[in-house]
Design a protein around this ligand. Structure first.
Ligand SMILES: [Zn+2]
Length: 93
C-alpha cells in the first residue's frame, strides 16, 4: 500500500496532497489529505451495499456501477451528515 502510494508520486506524510509540493503549509495539506483519502477510498453503495463500485459523476453527484443508482451526496464523499438524518430527502434513485 505504502509502496503503491509512493509510486503514484505521493508522499508519506500528506499522501495525495503531496501534489501541492511545499505550498500552503503542512497543516493545510494534512487537512486536504484527509479529504482526498476519503474521496479516493472505495465507498459503499447505500442501495445495494456493494463496496468499490461507487463513482463520483460530478461534485456532489454519485452513482453505483453495480446497481446504477444515482444520488446526491457530499462533494468529496458519497454520504454527508445531512443525508444520514434525512436520507429520503437527499437520496433519490
Ligand atoms: Zn449500488
Amino acid at each position: 500500500m505504502v509502496d503503491q502510494v509512493l509510486l503514484m508520486g505521493r508522499t508519506k506524510v500528506v499522501g495525495p496532497a503531496g501534489r501541492f509540493g511545499a505550498r500552503y503549509g503542512s497543516t493545510l495539506r494534512k487537512k486536504v489529505r484527509d479529504v482526498l483519502l476519503k474521496r479516493y477510498s472505495p465507498q459503499q453503495c447505500p442501495f445495494c451495499g456493494y463496496t468499490g463500485g461507487v463513482v463520483r459523476v460530478s461534485v456532489g453527484l454519485w452513482t453505483c456501477r453495480k446497481c446504477g443508482a444515482v444520488w446526491a451526496g457530499g462533494a468529496y464523499y458519497h454520504r454527508t451528515e445531512i443525508s444520514k438524518y434525512f436520507p429520503k430527502v437527499v437520496v433519490r434513485e
